[in-house]
Write a protein that binds this ligand. Structure first.
Ligand code: GTP
Length: 597
């Protein structure tokens, strides 16, 4: 195909502003789908994505469009995930395109992820067409939102399109704008092959499938290709495009986006952002900026029922097949038994994995408190990446500890500004900027990630009744006065409840945890001490007083079935207990303690 007749574009938007609905419409107009197929949103293929209405994996569709100028164009639409945790994937998808549609809900306006994503698109030198969606809603205020786009983002919104992806109004103008306002790709068909690996996933029949954008040269089946980042070699067995169904093609030329099947067994060999070239005639330099995404949040996952360990391991393996950014390794905890330490790109990523394990694989899980990756510098000059608070070296061996910081952008209606500032200050935040976007405040804070992974997002939503939007970027590591808080039950440390906290908050946190555990630990025949300590020094203490009566005592002798039921219940409860020295703690206690607020 002539490069002049190709357009590659992404749709960038805040969650729920209508990206999938618009994508479906564009596919429908271009004849890719029947009415029946339209019923299901095709781009969000995984069940969970559909249920939660969010897009996890970037996917792409090739459309054929007959424009008003009489020419036929190939439009490659790349779907991008909207959430901050997947911003590296967004960035790779954007790199495969020359332009973006900036989709903004005309009743809501610019939100935190609108900003984050449009800035990413601008970083990639995209031409941007602003599109106001949902103009069918009575609350839509297209003129005000146009002003907002100009004011906040600095984009000219005079020619912004006004559409309703739901009713179809104005959608055909979007296709014309793509052809007329976005630039075609560039690239030399005779140059050595240089292609960007945009996405990869595991197909049970085909093995690993990769989505690529060819920059230079041609990618054909039968070629031997090399991944420049991982150095791996593979034989291409098939190339093709999505329309949206998989369709084989002879070759993919410069500017084209399509899939490649090349006998890769392990998803770890197909890293998003890598450069693919031909082995016998390699390109000189890889595409810039390849950095495989690294997990920033870790937590332990344990089966509630120890007999589910094998199942959990198999399920984690299956999930990892489709998600190269998700890590797991075996972990043994005296409190929770055999389980896995898992690494995620962020909190949403963690939540999605946890939910899929419980829902799709039917597992009942205990998740330990999420923790960030600390850099612990020891006195002997070494540095240890700490993924698990339990592994913290003795205080005497530590020189200093560094923790990751983020830059957070929060958009919030003016009325809720007070509580937001208070929340950020409580979490050791440093204000960088405070400006107004119409009647909403845009606050930019620097915050320690450790203060955000816990429950920041939930608090943010609750203090603003859901009106705030939030986005963040990692900024780097900074030294912090951090300590390991240990919880002990009758003198025995409970590893699953160990936390790394800032010294200024250790006491409050320790006291709250002890008080909570006191309520949760069932009475024993003896007194149980619950203590919180830092480096051997006890900072909080609670006592569970001894039990006096037998559980069946309240059954007044008589009723035998009732008595039996009660004893059975007690037995059932036993299965779910964990022994701590001479104290048994029900798993529900860990769960509740971990879910502290
Ligand atoms: P994520 O995949 O979570 O990023 O969401 P999205 O941006 O893809 O949003 P989606 O297309 O799922 O739309 C979100 C909601 O807005 C759905 O309930 C849609 O039916 C609705 N919606 C989308 N476009 C319009 C529109 O033009 N008008 C109205 N009234 N509702 C719309």
């Amino acid at each position: 195909t002539d490069l002049r007749n190709i357009r590659n574009f992404a749709i960038v938007a805040h969650i729920d502003h209508g990206k999938s609905t618009l994508a479906d419409r564009l596919i429908q107009i271009c004849g890719g789908l029947t009415e029946r197929e339209m019923k299901e949103q095709v781009l969000d293929s995984m069940e969970l994505e559909r249920e939660r209405g969010i897009t996890i994996k970037a996917q792409t569709v090739r459309l054929t469009y007959q424009a008003q100028d009489g020419e036929t164009y190939i439009l490659n639409m790349i779907d991008t995930p909207g959430h901050v945790d997947f911003s590296y994937e967004v960035s790779r998808s954007l790199k495969a395109c020359e332009g973006s549609l900036l989709l903004v809900d005309a009743s809501q306006g610019v939100e935190a992820q609108t900003l984050a994503n449009v800035y990413l698109a601008l970083d990639h030198d995209h031409e941007i067409v602003p599109v106001l969606n949902k103009v069918d809603l009575p609350a839509a205020e297209p003129d005000r939102i146009k002003e907002q786009i100009e004011e906040v983002i600095g984009l000219d919104a005079t020619d912004a399109l006004e559409i309703s992806a739901k009713t179809g109004r104005g959608v055909s103008d979007v296709l014309e704008a793509i052809v007329q306002r976005l630039p075609p790709p560039k690239g030399d068909i005779k140059a050595p092959l240089k292609a960007l690996l945009v996405d990869s996933w595991y197909d049970p029949y085909l093995g690993v499938v990769t989505l690529v954008r060819v920059m230079e040269g041609t990618l054909k089946s039968g070629m031997k290709v090399r991944m420049l980042g991982t150095r791996a070699l593979h034989d291409v067995t098939q190339v093709g495009v999505f329309r949206p169904g998989k369709t084989k093609a002879d070759a993919l030329g410069p500017g084209e986006i399509g899939y490649v099947i090349s006998g890769i067994k392990d998803i770890a060999d197909a890293k998003v952002g890598d450069t693919i070239t031909e082995e016998k005639r390699p390109c000189e330099a890889p595409l810039e900026g390849f950095q495989p995404s690294v997990p920033v949040v870790f937590c332990g996952l344990f089966p509630s029922d120890t007999s589910q360990y094998e199942e959990l391991r198999d399920s984690l393996g299956k999930l990892a097949l489709n998600d190269s950014s998700f890590l797991f390794e075996p972990e043994v905890s005296p409190a929770l038994g055999f389980g896995f330490r898992c690494g995620f790109l962020g909190l949403l990523h963690l939540e999605i994995v946890q939910e899929r394990l419980e829902r799709e694989f039917g597992l009942d899980l205990i998740t330990t408190a999420p923790s960030v990756v600390y850099h612990v510098y020891t006195k002997n000059g070494g540095m240890k990446e700490l993924h698990n608070p339990t592994d913290m070296p003795e205080p005497t061996q530590i020189d200093h500890i560094e923790e990751p910081w983020i830059k957070a952008t929060i958009l919030v209606p003016d009325d809720f500004l007070g509580p937001i500032l208070k929340l950020c200050e409580e979490r050791r935040g440093e204000q960088i900027d405070l400006t107004y976007v119409g009647d909403r405040a845009m606050v930019i804070y620097r915050l320690p990630l450790n203060e955000v992974v816990f429950d920041f997002y939930d608090r943010l939503k609750s203090v603003t009744r859901g009106y705030a939007s939030f986005d963040y970027q990692l900024e780097g590591y900074r030294e912090g006065d951090l300590v390991k808080l240990t919880i002990m039950v009758n003198g025995e440390p409970v590893d699953a409840l160990a936390l790394v906290v800032h010294r200024s908050q250790a006491e409050v946190r320790g006291r709250a945890l002890c008080a909570k555990l006191k309520e949760l630990i069932p009475r024993q025949l003896f007194k149980v001490a619950v203590q919180a300590s830092i480096g051997g020094k006890v900072i909080a203490r609670e006592t569970v007083s001894a039990m006096r009566k037998d559980v069946t005592a309240k059954c007044y002798g008589g009723d035998a079935t009732r008595k039996r039921k009660l004893l059975e219940k007690q037995k059932e409860g036993k299965k779910r207990m964990r022994q701590f020295g001479n104290v048994e703690i029900p798993q529900s206690a860990f769960l509740a303690a971990l879910r502290m607020d």
